[in-house]
Design a protein around this ligand. Sequence first.
Ligand code: SF4
Length: 468
Amino acid sequence: MYGRGLNEECGVFGIWGVPDAANLTYYALHALQHRGQEGCGIVAAASDGSMKRIKGEGLVTEVFDGPKLSSLSGSMAIGHVRYSTTGGGGIENVQPFLFRHHTGDFALAHNGNLVNYSILRKSLEDRGSLFQSSSDSEVLAHLIKKDSAEAHKPRIFSIENALNEVEGAFAFLIMTANRIYACRDKYGLRPLVLGKLGDGYAVSSETCAFHVIGAEYIRDIEPGEIVTIDHHGLRSRKYTDDTSHHICAMEYIYFARPDSDIEGCNVHGFRKETGRLLYREAPADADIVVGVPDSSLSAAMGYSEASGIPYEMGLVKNRYIGRTFIQPSQELREKGVRMKLSAVVSIVKGKRVVLIDDSVVRGTTSKRIVQILKEAGAREVHLRIASPQIKSPCFYGVDMSTYEELMCAHKTLDEVRRIIGVDSVAFLSEAALFEAGRRSQLCLACFNGKYPTRLYQPIEQANKDGKF
Ligand code: SF4
């Protein structure tokens, strides 16, 4: 999938008991940059327990420099990269959040989306809470602090109670003066992994951040689990036994980096397997297989291996378009100025191409890519999609928000074929996703409308209200 504006909400990272924790967090956030490019931040805790935060809008390399990182001292830190969904953009929504409180400061970072956010926020405001941001993530902090019945008990009890009140998708990191709590939603919708570095520990949305800092993967944090990291080492407790393993299928299909492993399955390996299965389900008679860079290349390799049709680099991506690049005007766009993707004419000219993409959301990008291939002389283009048709919105932190914008929601396969302008089109089955991941549970709600959580308001009503 390429440049279609489908975005994951965020990535989180935390490290405990390692010198220069903020520096390592910087490198880790850089490895997680694909999960959010709108803003980022780091909170570090010094040896006296005092916390300092630096955050800003933009990429990790734009927000941080040497002097800023050196000002974040200590052996414990949490960090965050953000793409905004609930709450929108703006510096006040860039995380981690840092809360000053007479019982001790604490910082919080969140990946995901809370489906009962509006109800909880209203109830908290009615009880006197003042919110710093419009982000759903802040709700958890207020719930923890509002739990006055547990005020005399260790903080883990109020965290546990707060986690039982929120519903939806989350990987939360909470840092206090001397420990980090890493918490995962009871459906396991968002990934969260635990690693070891020297005498300390790290937690991350993806294992790719461990590779870059030299940490060793220990295990995935379980759905409904809170892992506490402090001078006692690691402690685990479940805040609920009502759990399942509905990790977001789009993590495997599109979001996560190919070098990451999620719940024991390598992302590149998963995608390659979907490519093989796609050939089994929807073979095409063609001369070359071309993948849409970058997230579809693994599936294209799998399709090529299974079919024996050579894999070719028919499309090339320009990697050096920064966020500040001046976008071409409408007039230039219409003249065909394509800054991001080009076809290799000598490869595709006169050929029957099997074009592999990982998913179709709005369909506009697929249409453009097919045009590029046809203008470069491709004789036929057969589109094969390494996931099922996306027909429903996501409520868990991925910006596929309304039925209207989803091409496959109200169209037949033949209409999709005609609109995109291909000779044939086919999508992978849901069964193939389970087979590729060698697992029996996944969130497939955007494909089949079966949401693993309560949604708190009818979907159609939410659409009408413009909330999703
Ligand atoms: S609805 Fe789709 S994008 Fe959202 S969490 Fe489920 S699988 Fe992922």
